[in-house]
Ligand binder design. Structure first.
Ligand code: BJW
Ligand code: ZN
Length: 277
């Protein structure tokens, strides 16, 4: 069982800050890191899967059966996420990912908020080098179902392209300007392979990390959930930041009970002099 800390334990802060200063950190995030930005999580109370069955919306079979329904759901999510801003956790991670610390952000999220935070703290020029690894794709990128065409838009432009004022019920389904086949959201559905190069980079970051900081994920979706397991197997420390217990409790040395926007900035940004509980 992990050692449970309500709020920040000074020992955990010391361990993370030593890793940041002398070693490396992989921050593995899930939907909970964006909850305080207003983005719904998938599982649990208020989660997206409370009202929708994943197999009706997030599988290739669902899209083949009913592309209108799937697009309606994604357009609704786009218009919702386009109104959200990175929170203090995204910004703290982006700060450490761009300030020379060896911190890599690996996210399961498709909301683009880690990238937005990186732009906000470092400007466009350094986004490339400190880009978060997005394991499950992007809500604001479409790709062709038949050829290699893909297009990514800033959130507001993607919502505009979806239909009048972002109304998810309006607007024809998008087609490929190159070959005329239907476009689909460039996200990873159940049963689909993740990008090999992105996954390899994430596994490499996990294997070489002194600390894996797991933030806001239930840890039940594979292969992503292997990331903290890899750090643990290689002798690194896994720290789980979550208001509730997760499937990763067997590999976590510490479970910090709290929300991402409260805990992560204090853990990463606070100086040694920062008061910890
Ligand atoms: C807070 C908070 C606050 C709340 N602060 N925290 C091994 C074993 C069993 C099954 C499998 C396996 N390997 C593969 C599988 C099958 C499957 C799978 O994992 N199934 C399990 C669910 C049973 N995996 C796949 O199908 C994957 N593909 C694959 O394996 O392909 C094989 C293949 C190889 C070669 C060729 C072909 C195929 C693909 C998985 C894709 C997952 N896609 C989704 C949708 C993405 C697009 C979209 O967004 O629409 O990804 S599903 C959904 O779950 C989404 C998320 O990224 C992912 C993880 O969810 P997450 O982030 O953990 O969210 P929640 O809601 O679960 O948790 C939120 C947490 O936050 C909670 O703990 C809260 O307490 C916490 N929280 N507020 C901090 N303020
Ligand atoms: Zn095409």
């Amino acid at each position: 069982m992990p050692s449970r800390t309500d709020g920040l334990d000074p020992g955990v802060v010391v361990e993370v800050r030593q890793a940041i200063e002398g070693g490396s950190v992989v921050a593995f995030t899930g939907a909970g890191v964006s909850a305080e930005s207003g983005v719904p999580t998938f599982r649990g109370p208020g989660g997206l899967w409370r009202n929708h069955r994943p197999e009706d919306l997030a599988t290739p079979g669902a899209f083949a059966r009913d592309p209108e329904l799937v697009w309606e759901w994604y357009r609704w999510r786009r218009s919702l996420v386009a109104r959200c801003q990175p929170n203090a956790a995204h910004l703290a991670l982006a700060t450490r990912a761009t300030d020379g610390s060896r911190l890599t952000v690996v996210t399961q999220n498709v909301d683009g908020l880690h990238t937005q935070a990186t732009r906000a703290v470092a400007g466009d020029g350094r986004v490339e080098r400190a880009s978060p690894l997005e394991l499950h794709g992007s809500l604001f990128r479409d790709r062709c179902t038949a050829c290699t065409y893909q297009e990514e838009r800033v959130p507001s432009a993607a919502v505009d392209a979806d239909g009048a004022g972002g109304d998810p019920h309006s607007g024809p389904l998008p087609v490929c300007p190159s070959c005329g086949h239907m476009l689909r959201p460039d996200v990873v559905w159940f049963g689909e392979a993740l990008s090999r190069s992105t996954l390899d980079a994430a596994f490499e970051a996990a294997a070489t990390a002194d600390v894996c900081l797991v933030i806001g994920t239930s840890g039940v979706v594979f292969p992503a959930a292997q990331i903290p397991m890899i750090t643990h197997e290689r002798g690194g420390t896994v720290i789980d930041v979550n208001p509730t217990t997760t499937a990763l409790r067997s590999v976590a040395r510490y479970h910090i009970v709290g929300t991402a926007a409260e805990v992560v900035p204090a853990l990463l940004d606070a100086g040694w002099e920062h008061p910890v509980a």
